[in-house]
Design a protein around this ligand. Structure first.
Ligand SMILES: [Zn+2]
Length: 418
């Protein structure tokens, strides 16, 4: 539908007086300042909801697919433009862009689906990439330029209520779509009182389309009741052991199907559609593996952080990779759990030299010859305990002793170790 805007109005729109323009900019600046001030006291969380692909009609499926294709075209066109122009001169309202077809012949693409704000977000994405590249360069880091993309995976939706809108727990509207799309997973945050939605990212992942929504909520006022303190020992082999004797499995196996798939890709001819399909399948399998790992890590970290204070030791995960256990550690979620724990202020990390495995809590001697294969700690005084539980308990004990200062500067018994 075309509507004719009288020339006088266009004239007015374009010719804001200098005074009006400054006032408008000022208003925007003030508003931004206000928001930033408010955000300081809020908790930022990103929630991911999935677009229910099976409930879309053919036109909507095509629309979603083409959004990412057109974003890619626009991105690549802008990169070409940058070869002899400044990116800020790029016109985001273009209707056709130049590209290459699969035989590398020039071709013209029509842009029909991508909305104006989405176009701007593609271009501002390029601008911010350039900015970070140049700041890297200033720090004497070796950087390349931006490369043409063969897949565009993430479109920024700058404003809630404009580029996207959450109608209710089950429906989202996207700019350019005439009808709302069905979503799953909004129940994660829908019932939180006072939650504010900020920008979102439309993602095209191997297993479907997602919306990652940035939200702000007030920091919880009520005090949570915690369980008593806990020590944890991260075993090299398979587990996390707690001082109260629980063991968590941290290994996630690569599925047999995935291994088969890797082999099948190697066999397919380069550039063939079979290889493309196999690669697509593999990406989906890898994402599923990643999901499994994240889920396992979240559950473990959540359970450990139910305790008021968590004591752990700064184990050298990287060193394990290089050593004997590389293959195992690669598919362990230990690293993920560790990162989650270290981000929490209720976690106390003991330095590496604290002899948590060697120290006997009964008589205070340090046992020197403990091999990795010794699964039980035995002391001459008669004390006997599972090696990992023993270490986990010592973390609480030695850490407390250090903070009480009973051993002075050698709080962790470093001297006695030698
Ligand atoms: Zn002893």
């Amino acid at each position: 539908m075309n509507c004719v805007v009288p020339y006088s109005i266009i004239h007015l729109m374009l010719n804001m007086t200098e005074e009006q323009r400054l006032e408008k900019n000022n208003r925007i600046r003030e508003k931004g300042k206000e928001t930033r001030e408010k955000r300081k006291s809020q908790l930022c969380r990103v929630y991911r909801v999935k677009i229910d692909f099976s409930h879309l009609n053919e036109a909507q499926k095509e629309h979603l697919k083409m959004l990412f294709v057109e974003a890619k075209w626009l991105y690549n066109d802008a990169l070409t433009f940058m070869k002899d122009h400044d990116i800020s001169e790029y016109d985001t309202k273009v209707v056709t862009v130049q590209g290459l077809d699969k035989d590398h012949k020039p071709i013209t693409h029509d842009l029909q689906y991508i909305s104006s704000q989405m176009r701007q977000s593609v271009i501002s994405g390029i601008k911010s990439s350039l900015k970070s590249l140049s700041s890297l360069k200033k720090n004497d880091r070796k950087v390349g330029g931006l490369r043409y993309k063969s897949d565009y995976m993430s479109i920024n939706l700058q404003q809630h209520q404009v580029t996207y809108r959450l109608y209710d727990e089950k429906h989202v509207g996207l700019q350019g779509f005439s009808k709302p799309l069905k979503i799953r997973g909004a129940n994660q945050f829908w019932n939180i009182t006072g939650i504010e939605l900020a920008n979102a990212k439309l993602l095209s992942l191997p297993d479907g389309y997602y919306l990652a929504i940035t939200t702000y909520q007030s920091k919880g006022g009520e005090k949570k009741k915690y369980k008593p303190e806990i020590g944890i020992d991260m075993g090299i082999k398979t587990t996390i052991t707690t001082s109260d004797g629980r063991k968590f499995k941290v290994l996630i196996g690569e599925s047999e199907r995935l291994k088969k798939c890797q082999r099948s890709i190697a066999r397919r001819e380069k550039g063939s559609s079979n290889r493309y399909r196999a690669r697509k399948f593999m990406r989906r399998s890898y994402q599923k593996l990643g999901n499994k790992k994240r889920d396992a890590a979240n559950k473990i970290a959540h359970e450990l952080l139910e305790h008021e204070i968590v004591y752990m030791q700064d184990e050298n995960l990287k060193g394990w990779h290089e050593g004997l256990f590389g293959k195992i550690v690669q598919h362990s979620v230990l690293g993920l759990v560790k990162t989650k724990l270290m981000n929490c202020e209720r976690v106390i990390i003991l330095p590496k030299y604290v002899p948590t495995t060697k120290y006997c809590p009964n008589c205070g001697t340090l046992k020197k010859d403990i091999k990795l294969s010794d699964r039980v700690y035995k002391c001459e005084c008669g004390y006997k305990e599972d090696r990992d539980i023993h270490a986990a308990r010592n973390m609480i004990l030695l850490s407390k002793r250090a903070t009480c200062g009973t051993q002075g500067s050698n709080a962790f018994g470093e001297e006695r170790l030698r």
